[in-house]
Design a binder for this molecule. Structure first.
Ligand code: MV4
Length: 463
């Protein structure tokens, strides 16, 4: 249920200055959206990021702590202090760091500022993967077979649950997500040990021993649905993305739309996602993650943040997701109705990482020379420039190469050209790997599963 808002509540959500509580390409991306909306920006940094280019173009720029993220980008008090010192009225958390921290959402709002993201209660519900699954079942979103309750302690009961689902099953921690805290159980003989190990890991890593069990899907694709919701009960979906091309739960290439999904299949699933948003009074942007196997969708998790791969959806839908996210945070009504959303053409995103192309170890150092592609249908989201120092402290993502064309084949050709025109000297990057991938027969065909890239890398090493 969405609580009715009075005029004073709404007026309190207006702001003219946004503190961007993040770094790197996404800090630059959010700053651009703010500028386009006529909002002032506050950039923050750690000691490692004092030279960041988005610091120079922000209205205020503050160093809030040392290089290690725990003392800076994760330091809630330092961020709130920076907001007060600069007169910011809102905080945008970006992705990672504090973006899915329910306590931070609450602390920001309790301090009289606007959190550009969902309410703390929505973040908490989706952070508890069992609660999330229960909310989805209630809204009619299709889920992976398995109970929406935590596993009981007694051995006979869990054996019965696994029998009912059918092996292989997967044990997941309620506090996990994104590939953390899960274990596949191929057969009954391994059930109890898997539960004991996962429970102990969950207790250590998430502070909660709660687990749940699902059917393990062996060859799914990872497909996600982007939603956008205002605080007046309007919710829309902006199409879907295929994020199956990943290694160790790190996405490498994303595309929109997911190839080969019939609109009759995706439409009822998307409608249910939008219904789930209305039921929980969801505010802002969100992503419903699904496994897709044999023509059916199975919900696994909801992300309550702006995602790295949001540009492919912006390119196909024509909607600026970051601007819209800021506007709904201000309490504005969504201008776009579902009937006005039309997705056209095809978009790819390549994540360019500063890493060794063989070992995948992060590569720090100074970018000595740089050439980035440009032209119609090409977009580069980045904060780097010649002379920029890539520090070893943070995520290795340094740029996103995004293309848009009338169809998938043309978008692929455009990405090949864009990759060929990209040069980054002085550090190692995954550019060679991305170029090889866009020449791979399986990827060119489309519709590969979540294991494809890791298998491809294995064969490539052997060859
Ligand atoms: C699964 C699964 C198979 N069956 N759940 C990994 C990340 C987290 N979001 C959920 N994950 C998975 N859950 C069931 N019931 C396989 C994965 C999985 C995966 C999912 C999406 C993208 C990449 C993946 C890589 C390995 C495993």
């Amino acid at each position: 249920m969405v609580e009715p808002l009075d005029k004073a509540d709404l007026a309190a959500r207006r702001f003219d200055t946004v503190l961007i509580a993040n770094r790197g390409e996404i800090a630059a991306r959010i700053q651009r959206a703010c500028r386009e909306l006529g909002l002032k920006t506050v950039a923050i940094c750690s000691e490692a990021d004092k030279q960041a280019p988005y610091g120079k173009t922000a209205d205020s720029f503050l160093c809030i702590g040392p290089s290690n993220a725990a003392s800076s980008y994760l330091n809630q008090d330092a961020i709130l202090l920076a907001a007060h010192l600069t007169g910011a009225g809102a905080v945008h958390p970006g992705y990672g760091f504090l973006s899915e921290n329910a306590a931070f959402s609450e602390a920001v709002e309790k301090a009289g500022l606007v959190f550009i993201g969902p309410e703390a209660s929505s973040i908490a519900t989706m952070g508890d993967k069992i609660a999330a699954k229960r909310a989805m079942i209630l809204a009619g979103v299709p889920c992976v077979p398995g109970p929406d309750t935590s596993l009981p302690d007694d051995p006979a009961s869990v054996e019965r649950i696994a029998q009912e689902i059918g092996y292989p099953v997967i044990i997941k921690a309620a506090g996990g997500g994104g590939g953390r805290g899960m274990r596949v159980v191929p057969e009954a003989g391994q059930l109890h040990e898997a539960i004991a190990l996962t429970r102990e890991e969950a207790r250590q890593a998430f502070g909660s021993p709660a687990l749940y069990m699902e059917k393990f899907l062996q060859h799914p694709r990872h497909i996600e649905i982007q939603v956008l919701c205002d605080i007046h009960g309007n919710a829309i979906w902006l199409g879907h993305r295929d994020c199956s091309m990943q290694r160790r739960h790190q996405k490498v290439v994303e595309e929109a739309p997911a190839p080969g999904i019939p609109s009759e299949t995706i439409k009822p699933v998307s409608m249910a996602c939008v219904e789930a948003c209305r039921q929980i009074g969801y505010r802002g942007v969100g992503t419903f993650e699904f496994l897709y196997e044999n023509g059916a969708f199975y919900f696994i998790e909801m992300n309550t943040r702006l995602q790295v791969e949001h540009p492919v959806t912006e390119m196909t839908s024509g909607i600026d997701i970051v601007q819209a996210q800021i506007q709904v945070a201000q309490g504005l009504t969504l201008e776009t109705a579902q009937g006005d959303v039309t997705c056209t053409g095809h978009s790819f995103e390549c994540r360019i990482n500063a890493e060794d192309p063989e070992s995948f170890l992060p590569s720090a150092g100074t970018i000595s020379d740089l050439a980035l592609p440009e032209g119609p249908g090409i977009r580069v989201d980045t904060h780097i420039h010649a002379g920029y120092r890539v520090s070893p402290y943070y995520d290795s993502l340094i740029a996103k190469l995004i293309v848009h064309a009338p169809n998938r084949a043309e978008a692929m050709a455009e990405m090949r050209d864009a990759l060929a025109a990209t040069r980054i000297e002085g550090i190692s990057t995954n550019l060679p790997l991305l170029r090889a991938l866009f020449d791979d027969e399986g990827f060119v065909r489309g519709g590969t599963d979540i294991h494809y890239l890791e298998q491809w890398l294995k064969h490539r090493r052997a060859a």
